[in-house]
Ligand binder design. Structure first.
Ligand SMILES: Cc1cc2nc3c(=O)[nH]c(=O)nc-3n(C[C@H](O)[C@H](O)[C@H](O)COP(=O)(O)OP(=O)(O)OC[C@H]3O[C@@H](n4cnc5c(N)ncnc54)[C@H](O)[C@@H]3O)c2cc1C
Length: 302
């Protein structure tokens, strides 16, 4: 008979890595699957200033520390992408790009990915001047003119980061005030080469081979103008990474996985942790807390 794991953790970001630490310490027979690089979204984060006990650390450093912690405990991360799942019955099936696994419980910790704007030219010029990760691609725009599109924490963080590399950074927001934390806004407004463009939306991304300009519409005045630049960083939020789940669990209207207070989904024995679920706060600290709670809860279930 095929081996049946106690649990399979899908995703090795902060939530999944923490779940693996708790699973190892609970001596569970488990697998942790990761489709890309362990560390998740924090590996793309320039600076983390709000994780207790570790101040002013780069996201990559914090990710390395978490991965080292799991290695010290003897956790092996299996680099496979989950393609589809079957959650009916007591034994669940997880099908990856290479194998099929059986398990009594599952921790879904696949996080979220950057949302697209959906404007004309975005698809064609993506990777040719349009980016969704300032930390990954910012260095390509040394002494160039760039824009960040968005008004939340990530948009402001991106603008601050890019101001150290680029000659000029516009931050384009559809309202006349930002949603980002006040402290981060103050930091940003104190930087000379950052200029906000308020009440404006991007109508199109223009360029033949590479991005050359944005067409912008001011929502209050109706004025349409072209902004010449070299790079645009879209920072308008995230979508959950749940395609592989199809309809195996319940989602809310935004597409996030619905869980109860012990992080169990609508499928018995299947838990969701971190950014992928319907949590009001998507941060490292909340994701690691979820990873721990999911293992606690599934042990009770087992
Ligand atoms: C630019 C940026 C800056 C941020 N700055 C901060 C900050 O300063 N402080 C803070 O607290 N938070 C910050 N965050 C938020 C923080 O990164 C997230 O809350 C956290 O990473 C969520 O952890 P997670 O484990 O739930 O998901 P993720 O980190 O998204 O990890 C999910 C993992 O699952 C993997 N995966 C996805 N699909 C599959 C599949 N089908 N099969 C296998 N594996 C899969 C992914 O490759 C990924 O490694 C920032 C986020 C961004 C984007």
């Amino acid at each position: 008979m095929d081996k049946v794991f106690d649990t399979i953790i899908i995703g090795a970001g902060p939530a999944g890595l923490t779940a693996s630490i708790y699973a190892k310490r609970a001596m569970l027979n488990f697998l942790i699957l990761e489709k890309w690089l362990p560390g998740g979204e924090i590996a793309n984060t320039y600076e983390v200033e709000n994780y207790p006990g570790i101040n002013n650390v780069s996201g990559a450093e914090l990710a390395d520390k978490m991965i080292d912690h799991t290695k010290e405990l003897g956790v092996n991360i299996t680099l496979e992408s989950v393609d589809h799942v079957e959650f009916e019955g007591d034994i669940k099936k997880i099908v990856t790009d290479r194998n099929t696994y059986l398990t009594k419980t599952v921790v879904i910790a696949t996080g979220a990915s950057a949302r697209k704007l959906g404007a004309p030219g975005e698809k064609e010029l993506s990777g040719r001047g349009i980016s969704y990760c300032a930390v990954c691609d910012g260095a390509l725009f040394r002494n160039k003119v760039v824009a960040v599109i968005g008004g939340g924490d990530v948009a402001v963080e991106d603008a601050v980061y890019l101001s150290r590399v680029a000659k000029k950074v516009y931050i384009i927001h559809r309202r006349d005030e930002l949603r980002a934390a006040k402290r981060e806004q103050e930091k940003m407004f104190a930087i000379d080469n950052i200029e906000p463009i308020w009440d404006s939306v991007v109508g199109s991304f223009n360029g033949t081979e590479v991005l050359q300009s944005l067409t912008i519409k001011n929502k209050k005045t109706g004025v349409i103008s072209d902004l010449e630049l070299d790079g645009a960083f879209v920072a308008i939020g995230m979508n959950p990474n749940v395609d592989y789940l199809k309809d195996a669990v319940e989602f809310n209207d935004g597409g996030w996985i619905v869980t109860d207070s012990l992080l169990e989904t609508s499928a018995k024995g299947v838990y969701a942790a971190g950014d992928v679920r319907n949590t009001p706060l998507r941060q490292i600290v909340t994701s690691v807390a979820d990873g721990a709670l999911a293992i606690y809860a599934l042990q009770k279930y087992l």
